[in-house]
Design a binder for this molecule. Structure first.
Ligand code: ASP
Length: 475
């Protein structure tokens, strides 16, 4: 058995064992209330947390920024021709937008057909009673990085509301709020793309700024030709070294994947699949399955002219890593490795994958659309066709604005809710309560695992398609 197969089997075993052990621990933690077993339970979870988050995800995250910088520079400098670079950029963006929009429409069709929110009306009413007089954003505290996300959400929503002079939901008109929301999202994206200080952006781990800097750097290096050659050679070598580092880190993946999954499942349990919320979960998971197993393979087959299931198989290590880490960014080193090993050129992978891991999020877009309509159904708020269009457009943009980190989609969903509320307010209809997010937060981590897999799979498919056109041009 070769080493690659051995590693794949070990990661798969880690994944299955993680789910089984997590499930047993969840049951155990609930059944036995004595202080000693509670203490042991907490210690085991702390060990899993250390192995999964501190060691495995830490190592992957350590590689992200240097890998983004070098892979984008290598990608851009190896294209070598500005018109080709422009065509590649335009195709990449078209692919991102088109597939995300298809995902959103698919999610909307599923959620309006199966209407999973209706059986939740009672629970939603109880939620309103609980929230009366309370902090309406308390749902944020239930998130793994509640404080940081609160800051992110505050800055995002404040950016929309204050800096752009957006009216509050209650005061806004029919269209101005939605337009403001769209401009707000675009402005936020652009401000991330042009960081005031590139070193600060790198140390803060902001990928979008680093990508834009690297594209700019690569374009100018290409323009300078021979003068810049030593720097280009340096970045090529640095990229190869970093890829070897990814190889080494992947041998820790079986333990890391096991620990991450065991901890997540121990906290959430699998019994949620039998709860009232399960209708919503099945709609999200069904939508993700259709998108991941039918839509993306079709697009790949038609435009990438390759066997999508062979490629899916070649991406298996990246997809399993995405499932365990809940993070497209943390998975990026593995995605680049699998894609280049499957034959995608370094330049297509370097160009498409880093950008894709931060802005191309098919799974997140689908999930945001389903979640917002689900919350509206639970609160018995009727959404007209216009509002569904607002959901489609803003969910696409909000997913683009979501970072490739755990639970990011849950936070940017506030943008979609606010945009829809603007339209509802114009008709004098009650708004969708932002606190309705509390209804879905308990199962968000589970869904995040699967939407991240679809996000990474969409990026990988994009790299293959762009590579095919790039090779066609080169011939
Ligand atoms: N966790 C997702 C990702 O990293 C983003 C999200 O939907 O929360 O791709």
């Amino acid at each position: 058995m070769n080493r690659k197969w051995l590693l794949t089997i070990l990661i798969f075993l880690g994944l299955v064992l993680g789910i089984v052990v997590g499930h047993l621990l969840h049951d155990d933690g609930f059944r036995r209330g004595d202080p000693e077993s509670v203490h042991t339970h907490a210690t085991v979870l702390a060990v899993f947390d250390f192995l999964g988050f501190t060691v495995f995800m830490g190592l992957l995250k350590m590689l992200i920024i240097p890998l983004i910088a070098t892979s984008v520079i290598v990608g851009v400098t190896s294209v070598g021709d500005f018109s080709k670079l422009g065509a590649m950029g335009a195709r990449t963006l078209l692919y991102y937008f088109a597939t995300m929009f298809i995902a959103v429409v698919l999610g909307l069709i599923m959620v309006t057909t199966f209407r999973p929110g209706e059986p939740m009306a009672e629970q939603a009413a109880a939620q309103v009673a609980d929230d009366a007089g309370g902090d309406e954003t308390s749902w944020l505290d239930a998130l793994p990085f509640g404080g940081a996300i609160r800051a992110l959400k505050t800055s995002f929503v404040e950016l929309l509301a204050d800096e752009l002079g957006l009216p509050a939901a209650e005061e806004s008109g029919v269209t101005d709020r939605a337009e403001g929301g769209l401009i707000g999202i675009a402005k936020n994206l652009v401000s991330q793309m042009i960081p005031q200080n590139i070193v600060a952006a790198m140390s803060a781990g902001q990928p979008l700024g680093v990508i834009c800097f690297a594209i700019f750097f690569g374009v100018v290096a290409t323009f300078l030709g021979q003068t810049a050659q030593p720097v280009v050679v340096f970045f090529n070598a640095a990229f190869e070294i970093l890829m070897q580092m990814v190889h080494v880190v992947m041998w820790i993946a079986p333990v890391g994947v096991f620990a991450l999954l065991a901890k997540t499942i121990a906290e959430i349990g699998l019994r949620v699949f039998g709860d009232a919320i399960s209708g919503y979960m099945y709609v999200v998971l069904g939508g993700l399955a259709i998108h991941g197993l039918i839509v993306i393979p079709l697009v790949l087959w038609v435009f990438g002219k390759c066997n999508p299931f062979v490629y899916l198989h070649q991406m298996r290590q990246a997809l399993m890593t995405a499932l365990a880490t809940d993070s497209s960014s943390a998975t990026l080193p593995v995605t680049i490795e699998c894609a280049t090993e499957s034959g995608v050129s370094k330049r297509s992978a370097g160009f498409v994958l880093p950008l894709g891991s931060t802005i191309n999020m098919d799974g997140t877009a689908l999930y945001e659309a389903v979640a917002v309509v689900f919350i509206a159904q639970a609160y018995q708020i009727h959404l007209s066709f216009t509002e569904l269009i607002i959901v489609a457009v803003t969910a696409t943009l909000a997913a683009m604005g979501a970072a490739g980190i755990p639970s990011a989609g849950l936070v940017t969903m506030v943008i979609v809710i606010n945009a829809v509320n603007g339209s509802l307010a114009g008709q004098g209809a009650p708004p969708i309560p932002e606190a309705g997010i509390a209804l879905i937060i308990g199962v968000d981590r589970l869904l995040d695992m699967f939407r991240t897999v679809v996000n990474v799979w969409g990026d990988a498919a994009g790299a293959k398609i762009i590579d095919r056109y790039d090779r066609g041009n080169a011939e």
